[in-house]
Design a protein around this ligand. Structure first.
Ligand code: ADP
Ligand code: MG
Length: 698
């Protein structure tokens, strides 16, 4: 995903598409899609922005380029063909000045609204066209003696096809009348945090006074937002704590240190654990020994050595006579884990199964059977692990690598246990979760951090190189290979059809492979992209790992987890197209051995401001936490939490970076409320979460 640009598209794509046109949805369905069912949902459906229809500006005084309202009588109205069919009406105000109203889409009802002779108020953005001042698609209201101007700003709500502003305004106004807006927060709590009351805040946001600061309102900076943001964050903090309590009531197999498998693995490893790995392993050990399900995130920068931690945890489950599963987001990564862990554990007598979507049906059935009858003590694989056909004999530990790559529902699936007993859940992530995010979303998650790299690593040196100077990169490539090392050469895309909307000609992996190979034919080249058959992918990856390939031209299929310590050069083509997290992950593929490694970011000019900013960040730091913090500021929390696939925005009003102090307060308030007034806490969550809390439990 390149920066924030594609996020919206991804969210859309993730929704199931109906194969046949769906029958016209009922109004209730359409409202439900906007999250609107209960009266409280309507009350909490807050405006995106406002329109000031409290004033009339004469046509002569309309500010070009800005929104304003004027009033007058329609002189003429006609359907015209100016390139396309359109409705043109001329309004004449009381001073005699004229304004053209242009409708490119219109209905018979529009024609009635602006029929000649009618007196109307029109609101819209004014521009000066060939025929003088005009408004395109203004909002039209009947006017005349006795039709009063609105007293406050007019709210503009998040709407959708089939749910108009008029309808939303009516339903929300009704809810404001019907609902007794009781304050869930007891007075001492309000006083402690100097919070305004809820009812005036909601009334004020829906119908602010005409002199309110509109920019502050729509940017959620206005004091009227204070209470709503607090309440939203409080609901989130409460529901996370409730989920945690609920989980504490569930049972999991206590995995005590009963055997010697862990000890034998530690002895057999070709390296000693770093101090950070030892500390994290102790935290996990203590967790697994409990008879309630662990729920722990292990975060550590790329290359910090999370895989061995997963292997140790699996060994603990196995020595206790139980089963473990390790799920990775891509087949390449899953296979790499399988090989590595097999190499570590198979000599110690552990039976390991491999399960991925592209296995031959017979092999797949055999793997599934081994998982089901307990013949396999550990199973490593992809999403194939969470398909219906897979049942575990006695799964006690589920490990999810690169957890943010999975959807919330998928993580829940692997954890769902049978018969009231749940497996322990361990999540690994190389995308460090910034503190504000951890504090809010992950309040019910235990976090272990591997904050140290294995010894002997030197930081990767990052170079920014304009694409025109690629010949210099070729020289460096020759140099690295001459010293017996290997390189990755990453391109954003492989399909030509995807190149069309790009402002610069992009190099797809396949043509890139041919062109670059021709420059340095004496090297051994490999090509890896998503469309290769799984077996070919695995074969290429194996050759690269074994050193039989010098340069691996690849798409981002190698982005996460791939571990070939001898690789010391990473070249990223069209680096401006990648997001920050992606660039950091890609860079993390090198610098895994003892040699000094380089990451070359080839960029195309001109650079957009956002791309320049991203490249500056990645050039300026190799610290994953810093990269993540900047990334959060740029992209928002969804990418970190895997919420993209769920399609549900996790916070509507508060912003984790800007409202960090409010997050702190809400956290304290949540603890106080749960302790002192649990019934109030429950009522507050019910009002706010409305079915969203299941997602927070992931
Ligand atoms: P990541 O945290 O990115 O998943 P890996 O688990 O792939 O990192 O580990 C990166 C590399 O470092 C691997 O080759 C791994 O075997 C090696 N490694 C892990 N822990 C240590 C250690 N304590 N000392 C030396 N090398 C280690
Ligand atoms: Mg990893």
């Amino acid at each position: 995903m390149t920066g924030g640009r594609r996020v919206g598209a991804a969210r859309k794509a993730a929704r199931p598409k109906p194969a046949v046109p769906a029958p016209a949805a009922s109004l209730a369905d359409k409202l439900a899609r906007l999250g609107l069912a209960s009266e409280w949902d309507f009350l909490l459906h807050l405006p995106l922005r406002y329109e000031d229809q409290t004033r009339i500006t004469p046509v002569a005084g309309l500010p070009p380029g800005a929104e304003a309202q004027t009033e007058g009588v329609i002189e003429r109205c006609e359907v015209a063909y100016r390139g396309r069919r359109q409705l043109l009406a001329t309004l004449r105000d009381d001073a005699g000045d004229r304004l053209l109203l242009r409708f490119l889409h219109f209905y018979p009802s529009t024609q009635k609204q602006v029929a000649a002779g009618r007196r109307v108020r029109v609101y819209g953005s004014v521009r000066v066209g060939l025929l003088g001042a005009e408004m395109v698609h203004p909002r039209v209201h009947p006017a005349g003696p006795g039709v009063a101007l609105p007293q406050g700003l007019t709210p503009v709500y998040p709407a959708s096809a089939g749910v108009s502003q008029a309808l939303l305004r009516k339903r929300i106004a009704q809810a404001l009348l019907n609902v007794d807006i009781t304050d869930t927060l007891p007075p001492p709590l309000r006083a402690r945090w100097r919070l305004p009351e809820l009812a005036p805040s909601l009334h004020g946001l829906h119908h602010p006074p005409p002199d309110a600061d509109q920019a502050a309102l729509s940017e959620h900076r206005h004091p009227l937002w204070q209470r709503v943001k607090f309440d939203e964050l409080l609901a989130q903090q409460l529901s996370l704590r409730m989920a945690r309590r609920e989980r504490a009531g569930r049972r999991a197999p206590a995995l005590a240190a009963t055997g010697d498998l862990v000890a034998r693995l530690l002895t057999a490893l070709p390296f000693a654990l770093t101090a950070a790995q030892q500390r994290v392993w102790r935290e996990i050990e203590a967790d697994l020994a409990q008879d309630r399900p662990a729920h722990r995130l292990v975060q550590g920068d790329v290359g910090s050595g999370k895989t061995v931690i997963a292997a140790l945890a699996a060994a603990r489950a196995i020595e206790a006579g139980q089963q473990a599963a390790l799920m990775a987001p891509t087949e390449i990564l899953a296979e790499q884990h399988f090989r590595k862990i097999e190499q570590w554990l198979a000599p110690l007598g552990v039976r390991i199964a491999w399960l991925a979507g592209k296995l031959k049906p017979g092999d797949k059935r055999a793997a599934q059977a081994a998982v089901a009858d307990g013949g396999a003590q550990l199973v490593v694989g992809t999403h194939a692990l969470i398909q219906d056909k897979v049942s575990f004999a006695r799964l006690a530990l589920a490990i999810v690598d690169e957890q943010h790559r999975f959807g919330v529902a998928q993580r829940l699936r692997l954890r769902a246990g049978a018969g009231g007993v749940q497996p322990h859940l361990l999540m690994l992530s190389a995308t460090p979760i910034p503190r504000t995010l951890a504090m809010s979303y992950l309040a019910d998650l235990d976090v272990s951090t591997i904050d140290e790299l294995p010894p002997g690593r030197t930081p990767v040196q990052t170079k920014l190189v304009a694409a025109a100077r690629r010949h210099e990169v070729i020289e460096r490539l020759r140099g690295e290979v001459a010293q017996g090392r290997q390189a990755y050469w990453v391109c954003p895309l492989v399909e030509d059809s995807e190149l069309i909307d790009s402002p610069v000609p992009l190099t797809a992996a396949a043509p890139m492979f041919e062109a670059t190979r021709a420059l340095v034919p004496e090297l051994r080249w490999g090509l890896l992209h998503g469309q290769l058959p799984a077996a070919d992918k695995a074969a290429v990856m194996r050759q690269f790992a074994e050193g039989a390939i010098d340069v691996l031209v690849a798409t981002t299929v190698i982005e996460v987890g791939v571990d070939v310590p001898n690789a010391s050069l990473m070249v990223i083509e069209h680096a401006q197209r990648f997001g920050l997290a992606q660039l950091h992950q890609l860079r993390g593929r090198v610098g895994r051995g003892s040699a000094v490694s380089f990451c070359v970011l080839l960029f195309d000019e001109p650079l957009s401001a956002a791309a320049r900013e991203r490249l500056k960040v990645i050039y300026g730091t190799t610290d994953g936490f810093e990269v993540a913090r900047r990334d959060l500021a740029i992209r928002g929390p969804g990418e970190f939490l895997g919420s993209r696939q769920s399609g549900v925005p996790l916070l509507r009003f508060a912003n984790l970076e800007e409202d960090a102090p409010v997050v702190e307060r809400a956290r304290e308030a949540a603890e106080w409320l749960l302790r002192e007034q649990p019934a109030v806490a429950a009522a507050h969550v019910a009002r706010w979460m409305h079915g969203r809390d299941a997602l927070l439990d992931a």
